[in-house]
Design a protein around this ligand. Structure first.
Ligand code: T68
Length: 824
């Protein structure tokens, strides 16, 4: 063991002082007192106490950066899935144990009080959570960085089940305010929309003036992001939309009191709600306005800060600013920066374009065609007339100067690379705009980045070799191990330096212990204790009794056909059938645990949820199988629930069709916490297998090449249905009323989709999956072998530290150096 022993600073505070600070805030900030305060008030008093440290950190960091005229990255993302902030802030400031003791002395369990905090669910899934891990890492690495997004009034919907079906309820994360945000009205921006463009001829030249039809205000709310160790505190700046003026006084005075409100309602709609679609293009005007609203406000904020330091000398602009696009959602920022530089600053097109390209980079998160954003040209023209002109100009120059030069006279390639698609009316391809307007484009796992080059943008890759890169995703080990799995962290710290949450490679010191039976027992005892805790959560949420001695087999992610929750379901039905046929069927008891939200308009995803719930109801209440299988679908899966479940998982199901899951990040969290991956060769599963060793994961199914081959040969799901007796039996079961007594056919949609179409080749991979599940069963029964594999997983996953991902971005894309904030 070597290196720095201390990780988080030991703050200059005693338990007694912390207690006094909390009580001070209880009285003077919350206006209550110890005997009367609710848990929520205690929670807010702790937050106020923690904020004393945080706000100081924000100021120190800002001052340091301002004094150094620092290069900074601006991370533009429509989603930040932050979850709860208290525990993470306490951990990163090194205050957790102190707070825990202080609250005990006051007669509370800190963990209970933390439950009062609502999740900040301003994202859908992996993409939004990645942004949250990344801003944690940027602060931890002391990188000058700011996250930009939308201050949604309502985040991702709350999920309930009614008679087995998903019902969506509004999320109210800010119902009682949030202690973590600071409103900065002094940094308000104005965002323009609609209207028309005038060409003004002057002094022998001409320029464009956009006369907007409407304007609205963008109000910034800053969420401090505490780096691990507490040195640097960056901010996440979220924009809220407001009406330009609350009342239109003329309308008001002429009796149009209600009309005066409509404008304010319309403007405030923009940041009202997060679109709940993951992986599908919403195509709605409001979504386009959301994208433009936060992009324009953020660019204006970058410009304001730059002008304050440099006036209108833009020679240093690219040296000081990097802009990262988290998917194409903020791609409209590219023409927006061009508009500001050319129309407002009077910089030449060529110069502005050079600056823009050097500044932007783009991360692609998907190859699914339905997720690749395209906007109707007419819509952009209507909402953002000047931007449409700019996009035309960008496209014309790109096709003429770059494509024509490389492939003279080749109209086919021009059609393919054009930012404008001529089919379906005309559409603007945001992916092409992002690639053309960026100096770097990255995928999120090696296989995905290879496919981005090979299948999505092959000609662009030929045109600009070196522009396309890979940066494999990561997760913050602070939240996803240290904070969420305190038992394992304590065990680890008996053998590894205390700064492992920062330098995750230190966990390799555990490898020699993988065969040590004492350590194996301790490690598995931690897992068992975590499972015991989760048994209670399951009971509370679903009223199902499960045993911590069963295998906890977990699939947690958005509900999507390509992720194949229905493959898991078919296997559960097959196991159940095996037990009904032979009550002595030899298997270790298993609890299948699902957590997943479906996009509200995604019919088949909702049918799959319903089918899982119906099968669960039957299986859980069938005495014949003697509790060998339990199935639980946890309602309202979210970050805070993941934090409880992941430490308790034995098996991590990562079973997407190869080539479809760009990376996955739940796979990393689960494996780090000692779950064995049951997965296809897709996304980051491949790299997890490389790091942990193939013998410590269970891989099944077709690889990408086999998928392509199978498809080329004309995939016929009916063939698998007809030729696999068990598969046919469980699929036919879905047509009966076995799981829906008196109502046959309620689950048929799932069957018919699979037998007749099966777009994600569930049936082709079924047998291989079933065999892999048998391997899992056998491995689990060999207690030592299982413990060994789990320990090796924990010890081997340093690559998936989001600090490593961010260091890669800083080195290869942003060219960014750390600047540690000065101490007081
Ligand atoms: C996910 N994408 C990828 N998209 O599916 C996952 N999309 O493989 C990857 O690990 C993760 O990104 C991080 O790179 C998403 O989560 C969305 O949520 C989304 C939301 C709106 C529109 C399109």
């Amino acid at each position: 063991m070597s290196g720095k022993k201390s990780a988080a600073p030991k703050p200059d505070m005693t338990v007694k002082q912390f207690k006094e600070t909390v009580i001070k805030h209880l009285r003077s900030t919350l206006g209550t007192y110890e005997e009367k305060a609710s848990k929520q008030a205690w929670n807010q008093a702790i937050a106020a106490s923690v904020n004393e440290f945080i706000f100081d950190g924000v100021s120190r960091t800002r001052k340091t950066h301002a004094g150094k005229d620092a290069r900074a990255v601006h991370y533009l993302s429509l989603e930040f899935l932050m979850g709860r902030l208290m525990s993470n802030n306490l951990q990163n400031l090194g205050l957790y144990e102190l707070a825990d003791k202080a609250m005990k002395e006051l007669g509370f369990e800190l963990a209970d009080i933390l439950e009062e905090e609502p999740d900040m669910a301003l994202g859908n899934g992996g993409l939004g959570r990645l942004a949250a891990c990344f801003i944690d890492s940027m602060a931890t690495l002391a990188l000058p960085a700011i996250g930009y997004g939308i201050h949604y009034e309502h985040g991702l919907f709350r999920q309930e089940f009614f008679k087995g079906r998903q019902v969506e309820r509004p999320d109210q994360w800010r119902e009682f305010g949030s202690p973590w945000e600071i409103c900065r009205p002094e940094s308000e921006q104005v965002v323009k929309l609609y209207g028309y463009v005038e060409t003004v001829y002057e002094n022998g030249g001409s320029h464009k003036v956009w006369h907007p039809g409407r304007t609205m205000r963008a109000i910034p709310w800053d969420i401090p992001i505490v780096g691990y160790g507490g040195h640097n505190v960056n901010v996440l700046r979220l924009w809220e939309s407001r009406a330009d003026k609350f009342f239109d006084w003329d309308v008001f005075n002429s009796g149009g009191y209600v009309d005066a409100y409509t404008e304010s309602v319309q403007a405030e709609t923009v940041s009202k709600v997060l679109y709940p679609n993951d992986e599908t293009d919403a195509g709605k005007e409001l979504r386009l306005i959301q994208q433009y609203f936060f992009s324009a406000a953020s660019i204006a904020d970058v410009m304001r800060r730059f002008r304050n330091a440099h006036g209108n000398d833009f020679s240093k602009f690219t040296a000081l600013n990097a802009l990262q696009l988290n998917d194409t959602h903020p791609a409209i920022a590219i023409p927006e920066l061009m508009r500001v530089l050319v129309d407002e600053e009077g910089i030449s097109w060529a110069e502005a374009w050079k600056m823009t390209r050097e500044t932007f980079s783009y991360t692609n998160h998907t190859l699914l065609p339905e997720a690749l954003e395209k906007w109707p040209l007419r819509m952009i023209q209507h909402v953002l007339p000047r931007h449409m002109e700019i996009i035309f100009e960008i496209n014309a120059r790109f096709l003429k100067d770059e494509v024509e030069t490389k492939w003279p006279g080749n109209d086919g390639i021009k059609r393919k690379l054009s930012i404008i698609e001529e089919a379906n009316g005309q559409m603007v391809r945001m992916g092409n705009l992002s690639v053309v307007g960026s100096h770097a484009v990255n995928g999120v796992a090696q296989i995905h980045s290879d496919l981005v080059k090979k299948d999505l943008f092959p000609e662009m890759n030929e045109l600009w070799p070196g522009k396309f890169l890979n940066v494999t995703n990561g997760i913050t080990p602070r939240r996803w191990m240290k904070a969420c799995n305190p038992r394992l962290s304590t065990l680890i710290e008996k053998h590894v330096d205390a700064d492992w949450p920062r330098y995750l490679e230190k966990l390799t010191a555990l490898k020699p212990l993988a065969d040590d039976s004492k350590f194996q027992k301790e490690y598995m005892a931690v897992k068992h204790a975590n499972k015991e805790d989760f048994v209670k959560v399951i009971k509370e949420l679903t009223d199902v009794d499960v045993s911590a001695d069963a295998i906890f087999d977990v699939q947690i992610k958005r509900l999507h056909e390509y992720k194949r929750q229905h493959l898991n379901l078919l296997y559960i039905m097959a196991l159940y059938r095996r037990l009904l046929i032979n009550p002595d069927y030899d298997m270790h008891p298993r609890v299948f645990i699902f957590g997943a939200k479906a996009a509200p308009g995604y019919y088949l995803a909702k049918e799959i949820i319903f089918a899982i719930n119906k099968v669960a109801e039957k299986v859980n209440n069938d005495p014949r199988i003697k509790d060998k299988i339990k199935v639980v679908f946890l309602p309202n899966y979210r970050v805070s629930l993941a934090e409880k479940l992941i430490p308790a998982a034995d098996v991590s199901q990562q079973i997407s069709l190869a080539g479809k899951e760009a990376s996955g990040t739940g796979n990393m969290k689960l494996a780090l916490n000692g779950a064995i991956t049951l997965g296809t060769l897709d996304g980051a599963n491949i790299e997890i297998a490389e790091e942990a060793g193939e013998e410590n994961v269970v891989i099944f199914g077709m690889d990408v090449d086999e998928v392509v081959e199978t498809r080329e040969q004309g995939y016929n799901p009916g063939h698998y249905y007809q030729n696999n007796e068990e598969l046919k039996a469980v699929l036919d079961w879905l047509d009966s009323d076995f799981f829906t007594p008196g109502e046959p056919g309620l689950l048929s949609a799932v069957k018919h989709n699979l037998v007749d179409h099966d777009p994600y080749m569930v049936l082709a991979d079924y047998q291989s999956y079933s065999d892999a599940q048998s391997k899992i069963d056998a491995l689990y029964r060999d207690k030592k072998a299982w413990a060994r594999a789990a320990i090796i997983n924990t010890a081997s996953l340093a690559k998936f530290n989001s600090d490593r991902s961010i260091q890669d971005y800083a080195d290869t894309i942003w060219n960014l150096k750390p600047i540690k904030a000065a101490a007081k």
